[in-house]
Design a protein around this ligand. Structure first.
Ligand code: AMP
Length: 608
């Protein structure tokens, strides 16, 4: 056999519970295994007083002996703030702190003894271990849950860099899974990927046509997975033990609960045993599969509601789905398989190991990127709409939620006051109509606009989202050619719950938002009309008849009263009435302008 060339490019599944790498060998994706045949590297770290850090299985084994120096589920912390994590902290034995590194920019740190680490650094240690097992490749595609926002993707990319990897692409896990099954080659139509891992759940709807692979919609919950099932069992046990578990007992409970859960994937019942003579704990209890299923049913219901939401976003019904792919260790649970099959009305793909399928697909993607093959294109979607603030705190959406990336859109804006030489562009992410309900992603100023009357400048604002979901905004004033560009990097990400809340709220508030937006838009128009009219009255007011002048004054008073109110319909009527009352003035001005123009042409003619 020929010696294997060293691998330079890999696909990495950086999981909440486990991580692993794969590469293409002899045209097929293969995972890297250790000498005992194990591919999964537990995403677990253990810190020792002498400064040594254990990663993977060795770290997991120390968890029981030394829980306060063992770290799990770093992925949950990536790109997050402390506020995002409330409710979770009781399940994390380490101390999580937040440090303000720049005004307004907070960074999470995990405290171990007297040292602090960022989630990116911790993830990098896991990546380094995975990298070592794969023979030290230099380039990688790393996968993330489809619902990861900008900050979480950026944090993952940074972790890769810290681990010494050139991160070629951040890819959605379900996209990778569908690739691993080669569904892109089968032109399979519409695919649902149901990914239930240890810590996160995702449902993605993908479409395949003519070899082009597109994510139509994604929905999910970064706080739903096998850990919840373990916790449901742990809660019962700790109640029955009548003990508030400390860090050490918590680890024992976690291990025993996970063992029982896994056993129930193949057996009808299992015995959960906790035997700690030194702490006088001798506990034994039988769990049946039926009892376990009733414990996890609410979680599975929640996951299927997310599938329903993803289908709704893609404007599809379950029966429109041609293929269902299962991903994540928790899809080994027979009850999960039954429920997913019943929901979509078809048997899911389960041939590949659900723990390995994402890494295998990431390897396929890495190969596509580095081999220069353009026969398969991968497209993803943006999770929340992107837009800019226009007058009065209204968000004008430039790119809609679930648009396929890479994408680009341009909207033209103008100046609002005469001789305005700069405009500030505020970039927002969210589904609601008003800035106060969306998230400010970035801000920049376009200066150097030559002085000109209001509404004359033409500022084209272009949003460009690249294949990794990174946003770049450019503003260009067309008459002067002045331009400014910003690369948007969120200072911290939205929490999963926040994303969902924003999407739900946008539906709940759609009506109120719509009328608030209409009111602001009419108010902006009224402001501009009043200003232009004041200027016109200065120029040509003397030529109006007393009746015409009185009508304009009355319409002005009504308009100002409507502007002070809140009713968009009232204001609309007042704006229209004001337009009608000022018509004679506009005609006078137009006549004057036409006369001037004619005179100008005549003068030119004389001069020439
Ligand atoms: P992942 O995040 O995809 O690595 O999935 C890990 C999760 O799958 C953990 O919560 C495991 O406890 C769970 N898991 C792995 N194997 C099984 C099994 N046979 N039955 C039930 N859950 C499992």
């Amino acid at each position: 056999m020929e010696p294997q060339a060293p691998t330079t490019v890999v696909g990495i599944d950086l999981g909440t519970t486990n991580s692993l790498a794969a590469t293409i060998r002899n045209g097929r994706p293969e995972v890297f295994r250790d000498s005992t045949g194990i591919a999964l590297v537990p995403s677990c770290l253990s810190f020792h007083p002498d400064g040594t850090v254990l990663v993977g299985t060795a770290a997991k084994e120390r968890a029981l002996l030394d829980p306060t120096h063992t770290i799990f589920s770093v992925k949950r912390l990536m790109g997050r703030t402390l506020a995002d994590l409330q409710g979770e902290l009781k399940h994390i034995p380490q101390q999580i702190v937040e440090r303000e590194v720049q005004p307004g920019r907070k960074v999470l740190r995990v405290r171990v003894d007297d040292k602090e680490y960022t989630p990116e650094e911790l993830s990098a240690m896991i990546l380094q271990e995975v990298r070592k097992r794969a023979g030290n490749p230099t380039k990688a595609v790393i996968t993330v849950p489809a619902y990861f926002d900008d900050a979480q993707r950026q944090a993952t990319r940074d972790a890769g860099r810290i681990a010494g990897l050139d991160v070629l692409r951040i890819v959605n896990e379900p996209t990778a899974a569908a690739l691993a099954y080669g569904l892109d080659k089968a032109d399979a139509g519409t695919i649902a990927v149901y990914d239930l891992g240890g810590g996160t759940f995702d449902c993605s709807i993908l479409s395949l046509a003519d070899g082009v692979f597109k994510v139509l919609s994604t929905n999910g919950d970064t706080y739903l997975g096998g850990d919840d099932f373990d916790r449901a069992i742990m809660d019962i046990v700790s109640n029955e033990l009548k003990l508030v578990p400390d860090a050490e007992l918590l680890q024992h409970l976690r291990e025993a609960a996970e063992r029982a859960k896994m056993a129930l994937s193949t057996a009808d019942s299992t015995e959960l045993v906790i035997d700690l003579p030194q702490r006088k704990i001798a506990y034994r209890r039988t769990f049946t599969r039926t009892e376990f299923e009733s414990l996890i049913a609410p979680h599975i219901d929640r996951s299927l509601a997310k599938c329903q939401a993803a289908l709704r976003d893609a404007k599809l019904k379950p029966s429109d789905i041609a293929e269902v792919v299962l991903v994540g260790g928790s899809t080994r649970i027979p009850y999960v398989r039954q429920r997913v099959e019943a929901f979509f009305g078809r048997k899911p793909h389960t041939d590949l190991n659900p723990d390995e399928v994402v890494a295998l697909g990431a390897a396929v993607q890495a190969d596509i990127l580095t081999s220069g093959r353009r026969d398969r294109l991968l497209l993803d979607v943006i999770p929340l709409s992107l837009g800019i603030e226009t007058l009065g705190g209204v968000v004008d959406k430039v790119i809609d939620r679930n648009s396929t990336v890479p994408c680009q859109a341009t909207t033209r804006y103008t100046t609002f006051v005469d001789n305005q030489t700069a405009i500030t562009i505020n970039i927002y992410q969210g589904e609601r109509e008003l800035t106060q309900d969306c998230r400010l992603l970035g801000q920049f100023k376009l200066g150097g606009i030559p002085p000109m009357p209001a509404q004359m400048a033409q500022v084209d604002v272009t949003f460009r989202v690249d294949a990794n979901g990174m946003l770049r905004v450019q503003a260009k004033e067309q008459r002067s050619g002045q331009q400014a560009i910003i690369e948007v990097k969120a200072s911290h990400g939205l929490s999963q719950d926040e994303v969902e809340r924003l999407v739900l709220e946008s539906v709940d508030h759609a009506h109120a938002d719509f009328s608030a937006r209409r009111f602001i838009e009419y108010k902006n128009k009224a402001d501009a009309d009043l200003r232009h009219t004041a200027k016109a009255l200065d120029q040509a007011g003397a030529e109006l008849t007393p009746e015409q002048r009185a009508r304009i004054d009355a319409a002005t008073a009504t308009l100002k009263a409507a502007m002070a109110g809140t009713d968009a319909d009232d204001l609309h009527r007042a704006v229209d009435a004001f337009g009608a009352a000022t018509l004679p003035l506009a005609e006078l001005l137009m006549n004057a302008a036409a006369k001037k123009l004619l005179r100008g042409q005549h003068d030119d003619a004389i001069e020439s």
